[in-house]
Write a protein that binds this ligand. Structure first.
Ligand code: PEP
Ligand code: MG
Length: 749
């Protein structure tokens, strides 16, 4: 019985394949297919509905319903049973369609005489393409085998759609996939607007033949490919073990588990029995994993489904011989689309990219840091753009709003270009301020510094007019490598940074790893709360070898020039004292070895925990400079994780409580005559920057692109007056000073 079912299914799929290879137009193929399916399943009706636009389905071919309804009957996503199948991505199987919730009667189709209904989604890797329906006069429920068989047929239809089988000269009335304008709302990580052409980081695998002739041969091909896959995973795992394990090894362990999973292989074998080719069977499994991924919120399960998805991709590449490099030429103004990307890969593309759009990612990810360094607009969490976009599609990325327009309509593109032109104009205005000081109307001057972490940042030092680098995040160099860099390598790099800075000061911050910044080669310590865990100076003091190595590299890089070193995440004076002592020991050691020591060495601390606002006076006196790490300070002050989208915008920097803390730090620094700067993200936000400057912080360090807008605003106002306004708000007991600051600003000419 099962064999008969299999051979019927195979015959049907082979007929579909013949239809695919026959010289016909798209409509002719669809008509033939509905005929073949109805015939093979012994049902009176078979209909194919395809998406006309992302919200509307259209009856595109039918066997059994009225021919006049073709291209006339339309329904919205979620409307009627067909719309329900499309929306949920799940089949509907009923002996009595009119009694189903949501049923909608379409009189023009004449379907009232067919009470039984089975609809399955036509979807490819989670991308919804349409719905395939069979109906029959006899009121019966279709069997599980029939549902499964129709899903296999729908899979082949999805592949045929992808191959363009339903387009053609006489098929203009047919909707085509990958043609609609689509908008994606994500999260903007790096501001800026960009227009460009899509460049897929991982091009899709094309399955030229979804139907297999000989199940034995297809199963043997699949087994061969799975064996190769297992071997690759095993050898990757051996390499990872050699390098000390880590996260990477854990992921590979999961890969190995899936690659050896019998049920995975068995399900694919069953699909082959029904007539699919080996690659189509893999893709069917992958589609199902993606559908489950959509409906799963559990982060652990989502990770595992991702692993399975990655593995299926590898298997498909082995089976089809298609690598990531398709030989296609990168467009002139590429916008990179990827599910996720590592910092090193992104850096490799470099400044060529006009924009980056990721389906996943996080605000504080390493890729985000690189995108910021390169000043490339970046949007993350952009839905399933990777399966929608095709290489070369026109795309607009709005990093400020976090939105992406794929294949935009002309009015959208025009409005977007106007916005870009306005931004370019503003940039030019800011460029005109480059060599002017950030001096307010009362004669107060604020020093404008920039944040950096990669060599790629350094050109911005001249372009932005920054007076120095207020924060050089040294961990980025560690993050983009696959192994710990050597001392000589680091010394060379730091020397180049100083060369490029041409005498402008660079505040090198020692490694701030741990928390969100986990090195690929570092054994992860499963910490329940890593932001408050073993990170930054805590790691440095416990693993002194690395700290000493980095300090030696910095001293050697300076080679007699002045050097600024800053310790991150100091939470009590003792930590600073120890780190300071280690630096002094290294200095003495270098001197003993007869190496040149820096002409001048300034040692500072980052103030990132509220505890240091209350530190003994001695701490302030010991520091040559202090820099407020506002990102961390704010997260600990409000107990709100800076990486957590649910809470990270919940508390305002301009809340009186936080500004009071800042004012206290300013007062303590003034008292001890220690220079103070602020290097968190808020330093680059004009209103926040203005408020911080009014409170007495006279050095701000920010991303280079923010220097123009912040300087522009400072030059228009009196910080002394703003300070008085802020004090009035504090005295009046206001809990948030933003409304007052904005109202005051709007009164300034
Ligand atoms: C900060 O915490 O504000 C800071 C500048 O350091 P990072 O963002 O690298 O933690
Ligand atoms: Mg910090």
């Amino acid at each position: 019985m099962a064999d008969r079912k299999d051979s019927d299914s195979r015959k049907l799929l082979q007929r579909l394949r013949d239809t695919l290879s026959a010289r016909r137009d798209g409509q002719g193929r669809l008509d033939q297919i509905t005929h073949d399916i109805a015939d093979s399943m012994g049902s009176q009706v078979c209909s194919i509905y395809l998406f006309r636009d992302p919200e509307t389905l259209e009856l595109c071919a039918t066997r059994g319903l009225r021919a006049e309804a073709v291209h006339q009957t339309r329904m919205r996503l979620g409307e009627g049973l067909v719309g329900r199948v499309a929306r949920t991505g799940r089949h509907v199987n009923t002996a009595d369609a009119p009694s189903e919730p949501g049923f909608r009667y379409m009189p023009e189709t004449g379907e009232e005489v067919f009470p039984s209904f089975m609809g399955v989604p036509i979807q490819r890797l989670g991308e919804k393409l349409g719905v395939l329906v069979v109906q029959s006069r006899e009121a019966r429920q279709f069997s599980e085998d029939e549902v499964y068989g129709l899903e296999v047929v729908a899979m082949v239809l999805a592949e045929m759609t992808e191959l363009g089988a339903f387009q053609g000269s006489n098929a203009d009335s047919l909707p085509a996939s990958h043609r609609f304008p689509q908008m994606f709302r994500g999260t903007g990580v790096q501001e800026g607007a960009a227009e460009g052409r899509v460049w897929l980081h991982e091009p899709r695998v094309v399955i030229a033949n979804p139907v297999g002739d000989d199940p034995h041969r297809e199963k043997a091909r699949l087994l061969d490919a799975v064996t190769t896959l297992r071997r690759t995973v095993d050898s990757l795992l051996a390499d990872a073990d050699m390098e000390g394990g880590g996260d990477h090894a854990q992921v590979l362990e999961t890969y190995r588990m899936f690659a050896h999973s019998r049920s995975w292989l068995r399900r694919m074998d069953e699909d082959i029995d029904l007539g699919l080719s080996a690659e189509a069977a893999v893709e069917k499994e992958q589609s199902q994993a993606r559908a489950r991924l959509e409906s799963t919120a559990d982060p652990y399960l989502r990770d595992r489904l991702h692993d399975l998805d990655d593995l299926a991709n590898r298997l498909l590449r082995i089976l089809t011989g298609q690598g990531s490099d398709t030989g296609a030429e990168m467009p002139e103004n590429p916008v990179l689309i990827a599910r996720n990307i590592g910092p090193a890969e992104l850096l490799e593309y470099g400044r060529r990219l006009k924009g980056v759009v990721l389906e996943e990612g996080s605000v504080g990810s390493h890729a985000a840091i690189v995108a910021r360094a390169l000043a490339i607009p970046l949007v993350i969490h952009a839905g399933r753009i990777g399966s929608e976009a095709l290489n070369g599609d026109l795309i607009l990325v709005d990093g400020d709003a976090g939105s992406v327009h794929l294949r935009p309509e002309e009015p959208v593109a025009t409005a977007f270009r106007d916005k870009m032109a306005m931004q370019a104009e503003a940039q030019q205005r800011y460029a005109g301020l480059r060599d002017l000081p950030a001096m307010d109307t009362a004669g107060n001057t604020v020093q404008m510094y920039m944040n950096a972490g990669l060599m790629a940042d350094l050109p911005s030092l001249g372009e932005s007019g920054a007076e120095g680098v207020g924060l050089f995040r040294t961990e980025l160099q560690f993050l983009i490598r696959s192994r710990v860099p050597q001392r000589g390598e680091l010394a060379g790099l730091y020397a180049r940074v100083m060369d490029n800075a041409q005498g402008k000061p660079v505040m090198f911050r020692t490694l701030d790893i741990g928390s969100d910044k986990v090195l690929p080669y570092m054994k992860p310590h499963d910490e329940p709360n890593p932001a408050m865990g073993w990170r930054a100076i805590r790691v440095g003091l416990d693993k002194r070898g690395v700290l000493r190595m980095q300090l030696q590299a910095l001293i050697r890089a300076a080679a007699g020039r002045p050097l600024h070193v800053m310790f991150p995440f100091v939470a009590e004076i003792g930590e600073y004292e120890q780190a300071h002592r280690i630096l002094m020991e290294e200095l003495a050691r270098e001197q003993r070895l007869g190496r040149p020591i820096p002409a001048d060495i300034r040692v500072g601390a980052m103030l990132e925990t509220p505890s240091m606002a209350f530190a003994p006076r001695r701490f302030y006196e010991m520091c040559d400079f202090i820099s407020i790490g506002g990102n961390d300070l704010k997260q600990f002050f409000f107990a709100a994780d800076r990486e957590n989208e649910r809470v990270r915008r919940r508390y305002d920097t301009l809340s009186t409580a936080f500004l009071d803390l800042i004012a206290q730090i300013v007062a303590r620094c003034n008292d001890a005559h220690v220079p103070l700067s602020f290097c968190g993200e808020d330093a680059g936000r004009p209103i926040e920057a203005l408020t911080l400057a009014a409170l007495g912080i006279r050095r701000l360090s920010m991303r280079p692109a923010s220097i123009g807008p912040v300087k522009h605003l400072i030059r228009r106002v009196s910080l002394t007056d703003l300070r008085a306004e802020i004090d009035r708000g504090r005295e009046a007991g206001e809990s948030n000073l933003r409304p007052r600051v904005i109202a005051w600003l709007s009164r300034q000419s």
